[in-house]
Design a protein around this ligand. Structure first.
Ligand code: DCP
Ligand code: MG
Length: 614
């Protein structure tokens, strides 16, 4: 991927402030409003308690230490201790409540999002990177929690502090307060100008980092291909570029950051120095006591903190808005395939399948993928779909499974329109074996049981025996309890296919759909698969997207699909007999040569290679 492509994959990190979005986010807090109200009170109490510290200090100095009154000092010490303990208690309650509420909120949101994703139609998943969908369920949800958790604390505690401090400053001494405010414009400049620059800098760092991750993901997943084509050096160079970008982004962020804190320090020191100087003169003139001046400078130091903290929170609010918008975009996407009003369950079927004037395309303004498809298949028949790649074979299957609805025409099973019956009642009577058998992490038994959760161990073993999968399963010491790994990576492609067959057989469907694997397996597995298919097909209506000549020859009907149309149909011999027929052509070009290859492969395996070569 080029840099530009990485850039394109970036999602917006911040949004302009949007009141509607905020309201919708806050709706998730409604179930927890009591806890949040309690947290707010506790946070405010904590802030107020902290504000008493400088005042206690001035009391100890002016009324205790200076006049030499030990009783005042003792009282202040005890009060100090009590307030600190109360503050710690408030902190304890706050952490407890907010974390629990935050986790509950996260739980709700994650669960809602996952549930929604499970039901979304395939069209939604077409062309959406998996990584991005995952990021929404994890990172974006986390961002919102972060806002509610630490953002809320900052806003409440700092707002209370800010208001409290300003009032105290002016109550203590108006002239000193006005003097201190002289440096406020400077601080405002830091907050309004420098801070955003620093934040942009850190945002660039995060982008550079996610580019590195994306590159790592791609290169490591594809390492086999990279090494096979000697792309190591090219990969190293492009990684170096990303690595450099990260370095530059980081140093850029630091350049902004390194300006901020010294400036804040200098301004703060200037303010305090002014106040100390003026305060000292007032002390000498007996206008004010030493304790007040010390308390005043203490308050002043605390004054800068909320200003910068609140600006920090604001940028967090904007990030959370971007996250919320992404999450809501998913939640607002409705599943396309929904049960019609008053849909009834499909009764147990015999397996007659009809397609009536079907025209279909994946996207509204794309070209038609299927054009005027018509056929009826009687129960128990086997149909082989053949045709060039991209012809529309899988698309026919997609309509039969009702993964998509056609724009025109109807799909009928036993005379019931698919669009008018309940979706689960249709899919539960059809079994699908994909071209790339997909196994889930877990044991072999778990994977076979996937199609019927209430199946017993005997049922599972019977299914595996019927498709001859037990032969390789029994070779494992742990047999059916053998772990297949993520996507079944611990076992071979052919073995994965046999397990998918067992899975389909266990479901005992009336209609079976097989997307045959093109990859050739060894001749022994090939034979096992052939026999397995024979068992599988018996008494069921079967659609096979076929690549093996043997499968095709055995089919009751062959549909030759080209460019979205059924251009020929009939039995193998009938179609071959048609002069200039598409099937005859296809047969000459593909299957005949494949068949020879297969026989050569089988012969090689049996050690008679020389004979063939002769
Ligand atoms: N198509 C699409 N969007 C999808 C899937 C497919 O636009 N989500 C397009 C690509 C093809 C056409 O539809 O041009 C037909 O695709 P099929 O998957 O139905 O093609 P086949 O199954 O016949 O091809 P193959 O033998 O390669 O599997
Ligand atoms: Mg296909």
């Amino acid at each position: 991927m080029s840099d530009e492509q990485y850039e394109e994959l970036q999602e917006v990190e911040q949004r302009p402030f949007d009141y509607g979005l905020l309201k919708r986010m806050l709706r998730y807090t409604i179930p927890y409003r009591k806890q949040l109200a309690l947290a707010t009170v506790v946070i405010a109490i904590g802030s107020i308690l902290r504000l008493t510290e400088p005042y206690l200090l001035r009391t100890a100095i002016d009324l205790g230490i200076t006049p030499g009154n030990m009783r005042v000092v003792n009282t202040v010490a005890i009060l100090w201790l009590v307030f600190q303990l109360l503050g710690a208690g408030a902190e304890y309650v706050r952490i407890h409540i907010l974390n629990r509420t935050g986790q509950n909120l996260l739980y709700d949101m994650r669960q809602e999002l996952f549930t929604h994703l499970q039901w979304l139609s395939l069209r939604f998943y077409d062309g959406r990177p998996v990584g991005r969908i995952m990021a929404r369920v994890t990172n974006d949800v986390e961002t919102i929690n972060d806002l509610i958790n630490s953002g809320l604390v900052t806003i409440i505690s700092q707002a209370v502090s800010l208001v409290g401090i300003v009032i105290i400053l002016f109550v203590v001494n108006v002239r000193l307060a006005l003097l201190a405010m002289l440096v406020v414009p400077g601080m405002a400049w830091v907050v309004v100008r420098l801070r955003p620059r620093m934040e942009t800098g850190w945002r660039n760092v995060r982008k550079a980092n996610s580019n590195i991750n994306a590159n790592l993901n791609e290169t490591i997943t594809g390492i086999r291909v990279s090494q096979a084509f000697c792309r190591e050096n090219t990969n190293i160079l492009s990684f170096e570029k990303l690595n450099n970008n990260y370095y530059d982004a980081f140093m850029g962020a630091i350049r902004a950051e390194v300006l901020i804190w010294p400036t804040v320090d200098v301004l703060g020191t200037v303010g305090s120095a002014l106040v100390l100087w003026a305060g000292a003169r007032m002390v000498l003139n007996d206008v004010i006591t030493v304790g007040y001046v010390l308390a005043f400078t203490d308050y002043l130091f605390r004054f800068w903190e909320p200003i910068s903290a609140i600006s920090r929170v604001y940028s967090r609010v904007l990030s959370a808005m971007a996250s919320a918008e992404r999450i809501f975009e998913y939640l607002d996407t409705q599943p396309e395939i929904l049960d019609a009003e008053g849909a009834q369950p499909l009764p147990p079927i015999k397996g007659q399948v009809t397609m009536e004037n079907i025209s279909f395309r994946y996207k509204e303004d794309d070209r038609w993928v299927l054009k005027d498809i018509n056929f009826t298949i009687q129960p128990g028949q086997t149909v082989a779909l053949v045709g060039p790649t991209g012809a529309g074979k899988t698309s026919i299957i997609n309509l039969l499974m009702r993964f998509y609805d056609p724009q025109q025409g109807r799909v009928l099973i036993d005379g019931h329109d698919l669009a008018q019956v309940q979706l689960p009642s249709v899919r539960s009577q059809i079994a699908l074996v994909l071209q790339e058998s997909f196994l889930f992490s877990g044991t072999i038994a778990d994977n076979i049981r996937y199609s019927r959760l209430d199946a017993s161990q005997e049922d599972i073993e019977r299914a595996a025996q019927a498709v001859q999968a037990d032969r390789f399963i029994m070779k494992y010491a742990d047999g059916y309890a053998h772990e297949v790994g993520e996507r079944g990576s611990n076992i071979s492609v052919g073995q994965r296919q046999l397990i998918s067959f067992a899975r389909a057989l266990l479901a005992d469907p009336r209609i079976l759909i097989l997307d045959e694997a093109t990859s050739s397996v060894d001749s022994q597995t090939e034979r096992a698969i052939q026999e397995a298919m024979h068992t599988l097909l018996e008494g069921r209506t079967t659609f096979i997207i076929a690549h093996r000549l043997s499968t095709i020859q055995r089919a009751d009907t062959i549909f030759v699909i080209e460019d979205g149309r059924i251009v020929e149909q009939g039995r193998h011999e009938e179609l071959l007999a048609m002069p200039e027929g598409r099937y005859a052509h296809l047969y000459q070009r593909q299957f005949a040569s494949w068949e020879i290859q297969r026989q050569v492969g089988a012969a090689e395996a049996e050690g008679c290679r020389d004979i063939i070569v002769e």
